[in-house]
Design a protein around this ligand. Structure first.
Ligand code: CA
Length: 652
């Protein structure tokens, strides 16, 4: 072969390579996902940010075909695989399907994008407040309605009911099966620990390490199961509250390998990758800036990367993600995990945006601080900001004011348990609780703080109160009648214990008896419960059922009387219903209390009914309390010695 031919062949080979390369470059763009997966017309906010993801997608050009949706801008970050589409929904746009057109190297991919109609009354949905009783459940630990989904390939962490920290197989189907029981118990809102996918190698059952923010964990069920749960719950008068975690994700999330932007996740800080949990730092003007930064930027756990919520694209992603679940599923509210661990400015914007879309939505933040000041600062209208403070006492977080209606009331929860388990004294026992209530002046709206007997993160009530049934009843009566929005923890009605030392988180989340085929004890039917458990269940059911219409407890004022000899008495009055007197006796002795002490909330000669025992009580001179007991007494206006003024509206 001549040199000339060899040169020609080499040139042809090069041409072939170039052609092959050209074909590769001209492959159609690949779009693996678009989030949010669909949206709605008629939202208060007309702008919509889509995150499109696929290998090399950042190189694609994008346009939108269809009416009602305009592409204002495409934003690229340092990620080769992500594109942000800034869209605007036209005023009055109709539901329908638009097409997102991705083009690259002359190749084109069309992807449908749906704008749906909102459910009637969606924006005005009623959230939860002091008229409600929330129930916190861990879906993996409540009822197994579908044993076929207990372990699924590709998700890791196969079910192992014998392991305290393993998955036990409970699911949404089990919960749907048991809604009649929950509605019959008398709670009105269900707060499930997170239901989103947790593709984590271990400890995935609690749900706080999400690996896909738009997918229900298949071991709990499907999106349709979740929507069915919301609809079936609503049919029984139960709202559904979703637990969201804007602060962090699980390290099994694909963002850990390729985040949509390099600054999406906080890099571990020098020397302290984990948060210092110093929740006071963002309100403490004396706190060193580095300590504040370590609190919000540090990771919650080594398996939970911290999201940088100051990243504007991520902030919008998280706002829309919350709205998507509310609208898609029909939620009544949100419980926000590790609330204060995110950036304060982000939290203010996030809450304001949600309240703009849903003015009455219930949102409760977890601020696990025992200091009422730290809790108060997050509630909308907090009086902490009511005065002009010297700059030296302010912190950067104080520049923003979140519009959060509710916070978890850890301070009062902790005080209640302490008061019940320590001896009575000058500043202990009931006196500790009585003294603590003065802190309510720090809150914009104490009735919207969520007070709980327990939750998935604290020792269960029964072991915390040394398995003392009388003390458990006192705790529950307090939670359900003081000036708060109450929340119960599943299983408290049968005094559920922790299977191991109650210092371990996994132990606080015992399986609900009867939720698994073959369970020896079935708390749903009552089979196998001890007499004491069955009585407690009945007692709580009575209290909860009564509370549904107890207007004075929902919205009345609170007047309490200085504890004496192991007793503590308070009244809820006003609010449009009969006044309620709640009286506790922690002592081993019966107590007779002169009722003249309780004027003016207890007028002389009044009668009442103990709604727990059904006993009619003449309260004209004294109130008797059995040893270690609680009475919840509804005063009887018809047995009032003085005639009540006629209702001017009655016309008679
Ligand atoms: Ca299951």
């Amino acid at each position: 072969m001549s040199a000339r031919w060899r040169r020609m062949l080499a040139a042809l080979a090069l041409l072939g390579l170039a052609l092959a390369g050209g074909v590769a470059r001209a492959a159609p763009p690949q779009v693996d996902r678009v989030e949010p997966p669909h949206w709605w017309v008629g939202m208060a906010e007309p702008r919509l940010q889509l995150l499109a993801e696929g290998p090399g997608l950042a190189a694609a050009q994008v346009r939108v075909e269809g009416s009602g949706l305009t592409l204002e801008r495409v934003e690229r970050t340092d990620s080769p695989d992500h594109l942000f589409l800034h869209l605007r929904i036209a005023p009055g746009a109709k539901p329908g399907v638009s097409r997102l057109v991705f083009e690259h190297g002359g190749e084109r991919l069309r992807r449908e994008y749906r704008l749906q109609a909102r459910a009637p009354g969606s924006a005005q949905r009623r959230g939860f407040d002091s008229r409600d009783v929330l129930l916190n459940l861990v879906p993996d630990r409540f009822a197994n309605g579908d044993p076929a989904n207990d372990s699924l390939p590709g998700l890791g962490d196969p079910a192992d009911r014998s392991a305290l920290g393993g998955r036990h197989g409970g699911d949404l189907a089990g919960l749907i099966d048991r809604l009649d029981y929950l509605a019959g118990l008398g709670v009105t809102q269900l707060w499930l620990t997170p239901v989103l996918e947790n593709r984590q190698p271990a400890s995935s059952y609690h749900g706080y390490a999400a690996t896909d923010l738009y997918r229900v964990d298949p071991r709990l069920g499907t999106l349709d199961d979740y929507k069915r749960l919301a609809a079936e719950a609503r049919r029984r008068g139960l709202g559904l509250i979703q637990d969201l975690v804007p602060n962090h994700i699980g390290d099994g999330h694909r963002w850990r390998r390729q985040p949509p932007a390099r600054d999406w996740i906080h890099p571990p800080l020098d020397g302290s990758a984990l948060t210092n949990h110093a929740r006071t730092t963002i309100r403490d003007a004396y706190a060193a800036p580095a300590d504040r930064e370590a609190f919000t930027r540090g990771w919650f756990a080594p398996s939970m990367p911290d999201l940088n919520t100051t990243q504007p694209l991520l902030a919008r992603y998280l706002v829309q993600q919350a709205i998507w679940w509310i609208e898609e599923v029909g939620l009544s509210g949100l419980r926000v995990d590790t609330w204060s661990y995110s950036d304060a400015g982000f939290l203010a914007d996030w809450a304001a945006r949600l309240r703009r879309e849903y003015p009455q939505l219930g949102i409760v933040g977890e601020e696990w601080s025992l200091n009422p000041l730290v809790v108060s600062a997050w509630q909308a209208g907090s009086p902490l900001f009511g005065t002009v403070e010297p700059a030296a006492r302010r912190t950067p977080a104080d520049a923003t004011r979140p519009a959060l209606p509710s916070l978890m009331d850890f301070p009062l929860h902790d005080t209640l348990r302490q008061a019940l388990t320590e001896p009575e004294g000058f500043s202990s026992g009931w006196r500790r609780l009585y003294d603590f209530m003065v802190n309510d002046r720090l809150y914009a709206d104490p009735a919207r703080l969520v007070l709980f007997d327990g939750n998935h993160d604290v020792p269960r009530l029964a072991p915390a109160l040394r398995h003392d049934t009388a003390l458990q009843r006192m705790a529950l009566a307090f939670v359900l009648t003081t000036r708060r929005t109450p929340q119960l923890y599943y299983g408290v009605e049968v005094m559920l214990d922790s299977p191991a030392t109650h210092d371990a988180f996994d132990g606080f989340r015992a399986d609900f008896p009867g939720g698994w085929p073959g369970d020896a004890v079935d708390a749903f039917s009552g089979r196998g419960l001890t007499a004491e458990q069955a009585e407690m269940q009945q007692w709580l059911r009575r209290l909860l059922t009564w509370r549904k219409t107890a207007a004075a407890v929902h919205g009345g004022a609170l007047t309490h009387f200085l504890p004496q000899d192991g007793t503590y008495v308070y009244a809820r009055h006003g609010g449009g219903g009969p006044a309620v007197l709640v009286a506790f006796n922690k002592s081993e002795q019966p107590r007779r209390l002169a009722t003249s002490r309780f004027a003016p909330v207890l007028p002389a000669g009044v009668h009442g009914v103990d709604i727990l025992s059904g006993e009619a009580l003449d309260l004209s001179s004294e109130l008797t309390l059995a040893p270690r007991s609680v009475r919840v007494i509804e005063l009887d206006p018809s047995r009032h010695p003085r005639p009540l003024p006629a209702d001017p509206r009655s016309g008679s």
